[in-house]
Design a protein around this ligand. Structure first.
Ligand code: SF4
Ligand code: MG
Length: 287
């Protein structure tokens, strides 16, 4: 049983022509996302990144949990699974073990991945199974009407934090790296072209690749926290609130205060889980 090994040394190169409609299930449109929601921009970057890899659609599975970002598999024409809240990585793990040749891409939200699914998240990172995990991080539970999540910044308002959240936040990338993910990156919907390249590198990486993607929920996070509109959210959170790893290398700790890094934050090589499992099975069978 051969494990799919992407041609990881091939650098990103835009591949023309790109036709969105060939990747979409048009019968499932219109989508449910609100005007100004960042998820559509992230989807566009994801489809363009997949297109650049040249992988056939039938070799890819898009798997999600529950939430607004988790609606993604419904709209795209790949092998798709829309599963239970917080349990996406358990489903993705089972799918990858059963069909190791598939390139498994997970679309999940900050609540889905880091709260109800937090346990699955750290253990998926620890195993280093070959899959790409996109955490759409809009600092709130969108679909269930704006409860605070593990990434809601302190003092910000949510349905469950009417006077401002007092809980310290999770940094998705720090957790992924500490738990053992071998590719850890961050992008934003604002920097959508840069995100496309980051997602390409994540997909081509062999092992667990986690990409924390800052995007906006104007309907709940934006409204509760008095942002004027979706573009102001993108400017303040995604543009002004982040710096690329290249820029950061030239900045002082004082200048970096309050900023999140963008780009590839951590990359390592470690045995991939399905390959190790295959070796183990061969040994057990005396081959
Ligand atoms: Fe996007 Fe928020 Fe609307 Fe959900 S509720 S679709 S996250 S803007
Ligand atoms: Mg969310």
């Amino acid at each position: 049983m051969a494990v799919q090994v992407p041609t990881k040394s091939v650098p990103y190169k835009e591949k023309a022509p790109f036709d969105y409609s060939s990747y979409m299930r048009k019968g499932k449109l219109p989508h449910i996302w609100c005007p100004g929601c960042g998820h559509g921009i992230v989807l566009k970057s994801l489809l363009r990144a997949i297109h650049a890899t040249g992988m056939p659609q039938n070799d890819i599975a898009i798997v999600s949990g529950i939430g607004c970002s988790s609606r993604t598999p419904g709209y795209v024409d790949f092998n798709t699974l829309h599963t239970l809240h917080g349990r996406v990585l358990a489903y993705a793990t089972g799918l990858k073990l059963a069909k190791p040749k598939l390139k498994v891409i997970v679309t999940t939200g900050d609540g889905d991945a880091l709260a109800i699914g937090g346990n699955h998240f750290i253990h998926a990172c620890r195993r280093n199974m070959d899959m790409t995990v996109l955490v759409y991080n809009n600092y709130i539970y969108g679909m269930t009407s704006g409860q605070s999540s593990p990434t809601t910044p302190q003092s910000m308002i949510a349905t469950t934090a009417r006077y401002g959240s007092i809980e310290p936040v999770f940094n998705t990338c720090d957790i992924a790296k500490a738990a053992g993910a071998t590719f850890v990156a961050r992008g934003t919907a604002y920097h959508c072209q840069e995100l496309e390249k980051t997602l390409y590198d994540a997909i081509m990486h062999k092992g667990t690749a986690v990409v924390d993607i800052l995007d906006s929920c104007p309907t709940y996070y934006g409204r509760f926290n008095k942002f004027k509109n979706a573009s102001e959210m993108m400017e303040k959170i995604e543009k002004d609130g982040t710096v690329s790893v290249t820029q950061a290398a030239k900045m002082t700790p004082e200048q970096l205060q309050g900023k999140l890094l963008r780009g590839i934050i951590h990359k390592a090589e470690r045995p991939e889980y399905c390959e190790e499992y295959e070796r183990l099975m061969a040994k057990a069978q005396g081959k």
